[in-house]
Write a protein that binds this ligand. Structure first.
Ligand SMILES: [Zn+2]
Length: 472
């Protein structure tokens, strides 16, 4: 029986106006290389860094959200190593005194969260001879979060990482887009067959939640297989190869790196007792975990519905605005129906137009009105789909759209009777089947009336009209 031990190291680029130690813009969407650079973030000799207060505050807020302890005094350290994307030859980081110690999320203990600066980015020319370096990212504020090795398995790691992403997004700490490298996850995995600790392998280059899961799973299996065949796991860094769904050795760790940490002489120590921590705590919004509990209670939604809403902060805000409108329109508002409407055709229309909640042309008021019209029977489901399509096109109120496009329900008895007669006249075989006892044919005939009216017939009334005609 093998036991695996998993810990995570997560880097999160902070969403600040400027970089960590200079006034260059922090713009993760910049496409042109080396435009947001200055002597400080290019590491020119003789330059002096200054600390970005917002970056410090954001890491403190992250610590508060994770219930960690905020340091009273701290300082930055130099971590020396050589790499082409690191112009100073050292990175300003935090070693012994991180901003945040401890904390917990999804049953995983957090060791620490510290603040450091990001490196530049290398692009390797396909000719294999040249590498290019872009320093736009050099000096971007970066939070590094390290967990204790009490991650149960690959699924648990994903649950943790997803919730962490939601928290930093809710709190405006980071956009945490994994594809853009704004959230980078490394997993430390070791496997052993007895009580002793196994040899730790570090897995890097993980850039999606699916890869977090698959990389950990793969690494556990690889190490188990190796041990079972009498082999030994070597301490190394391995890279996840997305295309092949495997990890590959990047470098063997023969001894611990000597980063020669020492306190950064160009920066003053930080006295955090001078910050208004209470104010920072108050500035934190309602976080996903609290929101789930409240939405469930206030709107009587089930766990899955709540989870879907809370996944996207804007979706949950939209829902709540629409819900308060619905409460004005209906005596007994059905919030489950509102939710179903939102995750069903509404999401479909969003996907079709490839827009996010921030760009939806349908206001929450109009959407609540739309749901109320369905609930009180003014809109059939077939008609609703067309009205919603128009709402996404024009952003108009559903009733205006129904008027303009004459999309009203046909429930006029004589009109429906004529339609029923026409259908019964046309489908002789189906009618004969119905009369010989095949009741299910009725649904088919109702469907024909719905098709002829492009969904505008009231299906219940259409059915009644058919039954009358069939009895004649
Ligand atoms: Zn700069």
């Amino acid at each position: 029986m093998y036991k695996s031990i998993i810990g995570l190291e997560i880097h999160i680029e902070l969403d600040t106006e400027t970089k960590m130690f200079c006034e260059c813009p922090n713009n993760p969407n910049e496409q042109r290389p080396n435009v947001h650079v200055c002597p400080i973030c290019l590491g020119h000799p003789g330059t002096l860094p200054t600390i970005n207060r917002r970056a410090v505050e954001k890491v403190i807020q992250l610590g508060m959200a994770l219930e960690g302890a905020i340091a009273k005094q701290t300082h930055f350290d130099r971590k020396s190593y050589f790499y082409p994307d690191l112009p100073k030859g050292y990175q300003i980081s935090q070693y012994e005194h991180p901003l945040v110690s401890g904390g917990t999320l999804e049953d995983i203990d957090i060791t620490r969260v510290h603040l450091e600066e990001d490196t530049g980015r290398l692009a390797h020319d396909p000719d294999g001879k040249h590498s290019l370096v872009d320093f736009n990212r050099s000096g971007v504020p970066l939070a590094e979060l390290v967990t204790e090795p009490n991650v149960r398995d690959a699924d648990h790691a994903v649950v943790f990482a997803r919730e962490l992403q939601r928290i930093v997004r809710y709190a405006g700490i980071s956009q945490a887009d994994m594809e853009k490298g704004q959230m980078r996850i490394e997993a430390n995995v070791s496997v052993s067959s007895d009580e002793r600790l196994g040899t730790k392998v570090e897995v890097k280059n993980i850039n999606s939640f699916r890869s977090v899961h698959d990389a950990i799973e793969y690494e556990i299996k690889r190490q188990e297989k190796l041990l079972r065949s009498g082999g030994q796991v070597v301490q190394e860094t391995r890279g996840w190869v997305d295309g092949e769904r495997i990890t590959k050795s990047q470098r063997i760790k023969e001894s611990a790196h000597d980063y020669r940490y020492f306190p950064e002489p160009d920066l003053p120590p930080l006295d955090l007792t001078q910050l208004d921590l209470n104010q920072l705590k108050l500035a934190l919004p309602e976080l996903p975990a609290e929101k789930r509990v409240r939405l469930k209670r206030e709107y009587a939604l089930d766990t899955q519905a709540v989870a879907l809403l809370v996944d996207d902060r804007l979706a949950s805000e939209y829902f709540e605005e629409a819900a308060s409108e619905l409460a004005l329109l209906m005596k007994k508002p059905n919030y489950t129906k509102l939710h179903i409407g939102l995750v069903g055709d509404f999401r479909g229309a969003m996907r079709e137009h490839s827009i996010a909640f921030s760009d939806v042309p349908v206001t929450p008021e109009h959407f609540a009105h739309f749901i109320a019209l369905i609930e009180n029977g003014t809109l059939s489901s077939a008609l609703a789909k067309r009205v919603l399509t128009e709402m996404f096109k024009s952003g108009e109120d559903p009733e205006t759209i129904m008027r303009e496009h004459t999309l009203t329900i046909i429930d006029d008895a004589s009109a429906l009777q004529k339609l029923a007669e026409a259908v019964v006249g046309e489908y002789e075989k189906a009618v004969a089947d119905y009369r010989s006892g095949k009741d299910e044919v009725l649904a088919f005939l109702v469907g024909q009336i719905m098709a002829r009216t492009k969904g505008q017939a009231d299906p219940k009334r259409a059915r009644e009209a058919l039954l009358i005609v069939l009895k004649q």
